[in-house]
Design a protein around this ligand. Structure first.
Ligand SMILES: [Zn+2]
Length: 298
């Protein structure tokens, strides 16, 4: 492997890092309150040089598989630079999908609004849920209705000198199932009973069907300087910026500190859920979680 890396190769390395990071991140753990995983550290980016595109792609795939195993093991997340998101045109800027002016019980928000769908252990993703996905980069998808809002959020942060990295967006049922089964296999092989393995696996990998990431409306967001998925992210500039500003773009900090008894998920300062701007502001200003807000609307 060459030691001298050209700019182009550096870009490739970064790209590979992002792809790896992105897929690793797509496993981001939405941890139930009972068992926090230890902080996830970012391993060093590997050098790649002199490979054809195809070979590189094959290597990337191989690499991603390794990372998948690694992350399922509670290992880590790869960090690198961010990718370009397409910002909406100027005249599209004021249009907010989902909630134009609606918030709270008296303002027209309703529990059957697409952006207020509740998914948790008690409310799995409906079998007939209609997906409206779009790619935001080579490997990550989100609900296309919120793509513009994601871009606005990232761009607004950038203007404040904050670099955001989306480490997890849409995650398919199959992928979630694979992750869960991998975890189960390892626990069963370690001699656990089926019941114990299921319970233990559910602490670190959300049970298939109950992850908000399966809607394409949730994002796990971190920053290059802090790639650990732990509560320490809340104290970073990015964590603080997101907490304060995400509602302006329709996102709520979905699993806040102190509401674990309602959400069933530990404090996740990196997990944001799109609910629409007015709803997000209402929920945040009134220190609610989505479960409480939906109940309020019922
Ligand atoms: Zn998440």
């Amino acid at each position: 492997m060459h030691k001298i890396i050209t700019d182009r190769l550096k870009r490739n390395i970064r790209k590979a890092g992002v792809a790896a990071f992105v897929l690793a991140g797509s496993l981001c753990l939405c941890l139930p309150a009972a068992a926090a995983e230890p902080g996830l550290q970012a391993p060093a980016t590997e050098e790649i040089s002199g490979k054809s595109a195809e070979k590189k792609k094959a290597d990337d795939n191989k690499r991603l598989m390794t990372i998948e195993d690694y992350v399922v093991e509670g290992g880590g997340v790869f960090g690198s630079d961010f990718y370009e998101l397409e910002e909406p045109e100027e005249d599209e800027y004021d249009k907010v999908p989902g909630d134009e002016g609606k918030a709270g019980e008296s303002m027209g928000a309703a529990t059957d609004d697409w952006n207020l769908i509740l998914v948790n252990k008690q409310h799995p993703v409906p079998e007939d849920y209609e997906y409206n996905l779009t790619y935001i980069n080579d490997s990550q998808q989100i609900d296309k209705r919120i793509a513009g809002q994601v871009a606005k959020l990232v761009s607004a942060a950038e203007k404040s000198g904050i670099e955001l990295m989306i480490c997890s967006a849409y995650r398919s049922y199959d992928r979630q199932t694979t992750l869960f089964n991998n975890k189960m296999d390892k626990l069963l092989k370690s001699g656990m009973s089926y019941f114990d393995a299921y319970r233990t696996a559910s602490y670190s990998v959300t049970i298939p069907g109950t992850s908000e990431h399966q809607l394409g409306l949730a994002l796990d967001i971190i920053t290059p300087g802090y790639t650990a998925l732990d509560s320490g992210f809340a104290d970073t500039e990015a964590g603080k910026w997101l907490k304060k500003n995400a509602p302006d773009y329709g996102f709520i900090l979905r699993y806040p500190e102190g509401k674990e008894y309602i959400t069933g998920i530990i404090f996740e300062p990196w997990h944001f859920r799109y609910v629409g701007v007015e709803n997000a502001k209402y929920i945040t200003e009134n220190a609610l979680v989505l479960e409480e807000y939906v109940e309020l609307l019922e």
